[in-house]
Write a protein of this length. Structure first.
Length: 133
């Protein structure tokens, strides 16, 4: 089954979850709420540790800082600064590995503390939710 979508457009996702039809694809998170872009630096293996690759860009993502979120709806890691949604259709989208450094809209580098993939119907990824701290 599909995971409960928390992309910020829950009503729309619930409607699509209720109407399974022949097309197993849930529509992407609305582009109108995906107004941010991120730079991601993945951890790389090295003799010294704590090293990261070159920044990679993902565009059309959504970020909500902790202060804008209703705490009861999400179980955030201690020290979380916010939640990032990366839709599978976002330009440059990929599964951000936990421990990666992430800069939202050119801001400070935060750590991807928790990464959760959410699937549509079947095995296709709909979006990822990344807790940044």
């Amino acid at each position: 089954g599909a995971s409960r979508c928390r992309c910020g457009k829950a009503r729309a996702c619930r409607l699509w979850l209720a109407v399974q039809g022949d097309d197993p694809m849930i529509p992407p998170i609305l582009i109108s709420v995906r107004t941010s872009s991120v730079q991601v630096r993945k951890p790389v293996e090295s003799d010294f540790g704590g090293e990261y690759g070159e920044p990679e860009t993902i565009e059309n993502v959504r970020f909500e800082g902790v202060s804008a979120m209703v705490r009861d709806e999400y179980r955030l890691v201690d020290g979380a600064k916010g939640l990032l949604w990366v839709d599978a259709t976002s330009k440059g989208a990929f599964a951000i590995p936990e421990g990666s450094l992430v800069s939202v809209d050119g801001g400070e580098w935060l750590t991807a503390a928790s990464v959760a993939p959410f699937k549509g119907f079947g095995t296709r990824i709909h979006h990822w939710e990344i807790q940044l701290s």
